[in-house]
Design a protein around this ligand. Structure first.
Ligand code: ADP
Length: 605
């Protein structure tokens, strides 16, 4: 049994406990995984929108190139340069200023007298465009658009050879780290996220992936046909498009973009959040001051510097970000909590099922093992019970047969012993055969109305010599005539004999047996035949077990009393087949009290 239990613990309980523990552990990571999933999804949206913004810009650059080409139609570049500023602004709403420069350093348009705007433009950009000053610029947008931002390479456009010596003259600021002006919540290292305090001051600001360069205008454009560049003048972003005239590559036409109008162009781009996410997130285009210039949901407002995820637009709009915010940040935690709860409950249920299943299996196993042991005991008990009477029958019959006993009293006594032992043998064999029949469901009863009191009297009297020979005092209290009972006489006689034989077997020094038949009224009229002794009594806790097959409360080894553990099982089964029962109760003053209860036969009036 111990071995089986150990096997069970090792093969079922331990693995299932380990599995449950692993499942609980993995549950703890569920929320993190869910957040990670969500952040990847949102990051995808932000990256996609940033790419769309870049595409929209390069689209505008094509429009600019087309406009300039149209203005150059039929004119020499120098002729077109004269009123280029006015002509371009009239023709293209995104232009704030149109300018024309020669690579030799000549500023052909606009002139300071034209307008206040033109004067401001020349103040800010004149020296840079005339190649008299190197400034900090974000350039090479073509490459930035072709690849996604961030993997910018040094040097000019890879498609064209750089100007002689220009590469060496351009000073890159890649090493001088610039900070992003937003702190995306989902872009910190996971371990930082888990352990860092939520205090904003402790959250790390991220380094921008953009690197400005210091160069003159001529160095930047190299031999490219067109392009765009961005620079900050007095912390204000200036975005310049330029296009080299095909007629005279020495003349470059350009425009400074009107940012307010550009923002209006970009608004529809930001509105293109995937439909399935529109309810959960809001996308925003943030300018270099982290102010929202375009939103996917008009009514949304939050701390703009703390998006869920964000992506830098790139060199064309340096420090502009496409940011994604969660509409209801608690929703994710809620979903994770619900998921945890559901999984937790499932695991608990599983563990409970395993526990209950294990308990059922173990208790059934225990029952089977007890039964197997009882069966083995039964075989040895029965063999012993068969052998004892056979030995005495053989011994006494041999003595008589050899004529060695001449005393007639002794002869009678020996014959009496032989008869009693033969009866005991018959009883045992009957019990075993009847039990086998009952187990197979083949036991048949011969029901007929008869006088039970008369049957008890007959059976007791025939057993009396047996008891008295053993030194017992048998007292009976039987009514003269009892009511009729419907049943099988032989089977019921067998019940009474079994009870008498037990009273005899389990008696110690006080050898008194008392048999009584009484008529009871409630709950239905029945006859109660009680066999009482002053013997050992049934040990506490075994009062019901003694009716189970093979069960012996006084086993042969410790008590020295032989038995098969079948007598009471049979007695109860026979009684129940008659609609009655056999019950045990301890007798007051010591000993046992077994009662056979049988319903009375229904009498027809
Ligand atoms: P057996 O007597 O052959 O062992 P039974 O089915 O007749 O089998 O009895 C089952 C058990 O009930 C006995 O082993 C004994 O422990 C207990 N028992 C039966 N009758 C008595 C009694 N009169 N007094 C005390 N114990 C009894």
């Amino acid at each position: 049994m111990k071995k089986v239990a150990l096997m069970f613990v090792l093969a079922v309980l331990v693995p299932s406990m380990v599995l449950a523990w692993l499942a609980v552990r993995s549950l703890r990571d569920q929320q993190f995984l869910l957040e990670r999933q969500q952040s990847l999804l949102c990051q995808g949206v932000a990256d996609g929108l940033a790419k769309d913004v870049q595409d929209a810009l390069s689209e505008q650059q094509h429009v600019f190139t087309a406009k300039v080409s149209a203005l150059l139609q039929g004119k020499t570049p120098i002729e077109a340069a004269k009123d280029f500023d006015t002509a371009l602004r009239n023709d293209w709403s995104l232009a704030r200023i149109g300018f024309v420069v020669t690579l030799a350093g000549g500023l052909l348009s606009p002139t300071a007298e034209e307008s206040m705007e033109a004067r401001k433009f020349l103040e800010d950009n004149g020296r840079f465009l005339a190649n008299r000053e190197s400034v900090e610029v974000y350039f090479n947008p073509k490459q930035a658009l072709a690849n996604t931002y961030g993997n910018m390479q040094t040097g000019l456009s890879s498609t064209t050879a750089p100007n002689e010596g220009s590469l060496d003259n351009i000073k890159r600021f890649g090493v001088k780290n610039q900070m992003r002006n937003v702190i995306p919540q989902q872009q910190q290292a996971p371990f930082l996220q888990k352990f860092s305090a939520t205090d904003e001051s402790q959250q790390q600001q991220q380094i921008s992936k953009l690197a400005p360069s210091e160069a003159e205008f001529r160095q930047l454009i190299g031999e490219d046909r067109d392009g765009m560049l961005a620079r900050f003048v007095d912390n204000k972003l200036n975005l310049l498009f330029w296009y080299r005239s095909p007629g005279d590559p020495q003349v470059v036409f350009g425009a400074q973009l009107d940012l307010r109008r550009l923002e209006a162009e970009l608004k529809p781009v930001i509105a293109q959040v995937p439909a399935e996410l529109q309810q959960d997130i809001c996308a925003a285009l943030l300018d270099d001051g982290a102010r929202p210039v375009a939103l996917s949901r008009r009514d949304f407002s939050t701390v703009w510097k703390r998006p869920f995820v964000a992506t830098e637009v790139g060199e064309a709009l340096p420090h502009w970000e496409v940011a994604v915010y969660q509409i209801n940040p608690a929703k994710l935690t809620e979903t994770a909590r619900n998921m945890k709860l559901t999984f937790g409950m499932l695991i608990a249920l599983l563990v409970l099922a395993i526990g209950v299943g294990s308990w059922l299996i173990v208790s059934d196993l225990k029952r089977q093992l007890t039964l197997a042991r009882q069966k083995t005991d039964f075989v040895s008990n029965v063999s012993h019970e068969l052998k004892t009477p056979l030995t005495s029958i053989r011994m006494f019959s041999e003595l008589l047969a050899e004529g060695r006993v001449n005393d007639p009293v002794k002869q009678r006594s020996y014959l009496g012993i032989i008869t009693a032992e033969a009866a005991r043998l018959t009883r045992l064999i009957n019990n075993v055969l009847d039990f086998a029949r009952m187990e197979r469901g083949e036991k048949k009863y011969n029901f007929e109305p008869f006088d039970l009191v008369a049957l008890v009297r007959e059976t007791t009297e025939s057993y009396r010599p047996n008891l008295e020979a053993g030194g017992f005092v048998l007292k009976c209290e039987l009514p003269e005539q009892g009511p009729m009972v419907n049943g099988d006489r032989d089977a019921l006689a067998q019940v009474v004999v079994n009870l008498l034989s037990n009273a005899e077997k389990y008696s110690d020094s006080r050898k008194e047996v008392f048999v009584r038949v009484t008529e009871q009224a409630a709950p239905l009229p029945y006859l109660e035949t009680t066999v009482m002794d002053r013997g050992l009594g049934v040990p506490r806790g075994s009062e019901e077990k003694i009716f189970e097959k093979f069960y012996r409360a006084h086993d042969s080894l410790s008590s020295g009393i032989q038995g098969s553990g079948l007598g009471l099982t049979l007695a109860r089964q026979i009684a129940r087949a008659h609609g009655g029962d056999v019950v045990y109760e301890p007798r007051e003053g010591g000993g046992s009290c077994f009662s056979l209860r049988l319903p009375l036969a229904v009498t027809k009036n």
